[in-house]
Design a protein. Structure first.
Length: 210
């Protein structure tokens, strides 16, 4: 391996970064940059010039943003990048969704109640849960001023909890550009893994510029 090759590092969005990028629809430089990275069809090598161009910032501001994302562990530098998945959104969802729940029971729906994909639920239940999740998206939009502004609560997740607070069914609302989606997860969620990043990448590739 050449010295140049040994020094190469690639930008890799972490699960925490994917969550932050989609946790609400309020625009900021960090969210825009993370979504752009996740929508890329190829691994992106790190350099300040490339980062500044992607972030649409001057070098000084881009460097400050880069350091902030690293410090918050929203972004990592890796020697061996994980290549973005190829193929249709439908095939990607069939591989990814089941990994997001301890019971492999997951539904992905949009803000109109359309079921984009599911795992572990029969079709009727998946469609019904997607419709329920769309109602929760609308409910949160009506009350976001109280929840996210006045009470300063981060996120737009809702859940059915057992008596000790464990999730029996959770709904995670995510935002990709102007589109909203809901991930309905039965039992224990498994979002702190690269498959969650792959899910957001697949959605960003399809919907970010719409």
């Amino acid at each position: 391996m050449t010295t140049e090759g040994a020094k190469k590092r690639y930008l890799q969005v972490t699960p925490s970064g994917a969550y932050y990028a989609t946790v609400n629809s309020q625009p900021d430089d960090a969210r825009a940059l993370l979504l752009q990275l996740m929508s890329s069809e190829i691994p992106i090598e790190h350099s300040l010039d490339i980062f500044a161009e992607l972030a649409d910032l001057d070098r000084e501001l881009a460097d400050a943003l880069f350091k902030r994302l690293l410090a918050r562990r929203f972004l990592a530098l890796v020697k061996e990048p994980i290549a973005p998945r190829q193929g249709s959104l439908e095939s990607t969802l069939s591989d990814i969704l089941l990994t997001l729940s301890a019971t492999e029971k997951v539904v992905l729906g949009d803000d109109q109640g359309f079921c984009l994909g599911s795992s572990g639920f029969d079709r009727d239940h998946a469609d019904a849960l997607a419709a329920l999740a769309a109602d929760l998206i609308s409910l949160h939009q009506r009350h976001h001023l109280l929840l996210n502004k006045e009470l300063q609560l981060m996120g737009e997740s809702w859940g059915l909890l057992d008596p000790v607070g464990n999730s029996m069914l959770g709904v995670w609302i995510i935002h990709i550009g102007s589109q909203s989606f809901a991930i309905v997860i039965h039992d224990q969620p498994n979002l702190n893994q690269h498959q969650f990043v792959e899910l957001i990448s697949a959605l960003a590739s399809r919907y970010l510029d719409q």
